[in-house]
Design a protein around this ligand. Structure first.
Ligand SMILES: [Zn+2]
Length: 437
């Protein structure tokens, strides 16, 4: 059977820079570079975007006074709910657009609905450096399995891959067997799409008895849109030798941060100012502390200034082995509206699931939060699969330790029978009168 063979020798996907000077400049230089970019960006946004002008005027802030992030922090954050309200009053983009409407190629319909523009310029999504840093190279044939309709996912990846010089097969999600056939027939090198769909594709490859590598020659997969399961990631990397990379971005902001060859956290793009803030005070938190992700995306066509993306994240400013000097977004812990704040820290049901995966004897579980006076009290209810009294006793200590180590919380553990979990229950049951968020 004559199959198309575009594949050449394996490429170096872990070293090299897209823009050496920019990516490796010393921290002090980076700060100066970003401050200069920021001042120019704010002045443009104020001049051309009616919504930005109104926002600055409302808080009595003169754009000429903004020459650093500290100056910018005088402006309260802005979220998707605010964006939707703006758009309701002024369609389609709420007056945010800071360019001529004819400079826009597409309008996406994201949940809300929120209308997101795609500008004509090739790096509108800040995706070229992101994809290069993750390991994609010019000439790679990539199967793009992000959806091509409504939201920007498919288009965002396609535009960025093409900008980098890759070739794209616009597959979208679904049709697993056809996806695998295309992968085999065309000797596809790269996958971009959701992690859960990627796992389905790997399972289909197994079911079709195809060898990786051999008949399927995938070398790299960029997975986004859902939280990536670490076990599945390692499985794909070690079992099949496929390099798995992730990045963080949104349909309005584009690419924000992306992994390098070291795969330890995601480097923040130079055109983005990242803050991790305390949701109550809106003050930026130091490295290592969980808070809400706020970004300023210095993209002149569609300026987003101090936008709270509603995710919980953690950042790090230590040097990375790859030589890039940008701060890194270390982890995203899910949506802030699905998490609770307990004893001053964010807790997401996903973190409990992650912990539970390490404890095979643990069946169902639930964390109940109550308040006594001003103090949060936690009860961890667990179904324990080993029923002898000694095993049950050691379970209490084991669980308390896991909760302390993994969740950094102190909880009283109660073992309950499996019947308790037969009715519908929440993994985190917050019974405090006012939910702190
Ligand atoms: Zn790095």
């Amino acid at each position: 059977m004559g199959r198309v063979r575009i594949k050449g020798p394996q490429k170096d996907r872990k070293s090299g820079y897209y823009n050496l000077d920019l990516e490796t400049m010393p921290k002090s230089e980076r700060l100066m570079y970003q401050n200069k970019l920021l001042a120019d960006f704010i002045s443009h946004a104020y001049q051309y975007s009616t919504a930005i002008k109104k926002r600055f005027d409302k808080y009595n802030i003169n754009p000429k006074d903004i020459s650093s992030l500290t100056d910018l922090q005088r402006l309260p954050t802005f979220n998707r709910h605010n964006l939707r309200e703006l758009q309701k009053n002024c369609l389609p983009f709420g007056g945010l657009l800071a360019t001529n409407i004819h400079e826009i190629d597409k309008i996406f319909v994201s949940p809300g609905p929120i209308y997101d523009p795609e500008g004509k310029i090739s790096d509108y999504w800040h995706g070229l450096k992101a994809l290069y840093t993750m390991g994609f190279r010019r000439g790679d044939l990539v199967q793009n399995c992000f959806s091509y309709h409504l939201g920007p996912g498919g288009s965002m990846l396609e535009k960025s891959l093409l900008g980098l010089g890759c070739k794209v097969i616009p597959m979208g999600p679904g049709n697993r067997e056809l996806q695998v056939r295309v992968m085999r027939d065309l000797s596809v090198i790269g996958y971009t799409g959701n992690p859960s769909f990627f796992i389905e594709i790997l399972d289909t490859i197994e079911a079709m008895n195809l060898k990786i590598p051999g008949e399927i020659n995938l070398e790299i997969a960029y997975l986004a849109g859902e939280i990536l399961d670490n076990n599945q990631r390692h499985d794909a990397e070690f079992r099949y030798g496929i390099m798995i990379r992730q990045a963080y971005g949104t349909g309005d902001a584009g690419f924000i941060a992306y992994e390098c060859g070291f795969g330890n956290g995601m480097h923040v793009d130079e055109r983005v100012i990242l803050e991790i803030i305390d949701p109550e005070t809106e003050k930026p938190l130091p490295p290592g502390q969980k808070g809400e992700v706020v970004v300023t995306v210095m993209r002149k066509q569609y300026p987003l200034i101090r936008m709270n993306l509603g995710d919980i994240g953690i950042w790090n400013d230590e040097p990375c082995g790859c030589g890039r000097t940008s701060p890194r977004l270390m982890q995203i812990f899910g949506r802030s509206d699905q998490s609770v704040r307990v004893k001053g820290i964010f807790l997401h049901p996903w973190e409990l699931d992650e912990m539970a995966r390490k404890i095979p004897e643990l069946g169902h579980y639930q964390l109940v939060i109550t308040k006594e006076g001003n103090i949060d009290k936690l009860i961890f209810r667990a179904e324990w699969k080993e029923k002898t009294p000694e095993k049950q006793k050691s379970a209490l200590i084991k669980l308390e330790n896991y909760i302390k180590e993994d969740l950094r919380l102190k909880a009283k553990v109660e073992l309950v029978s499996g019947d308790f979990f037969l009715k519908k229950y929440k993994v985190i049951d917050d019974r405090r009168e006012t939910i702190e968020k």
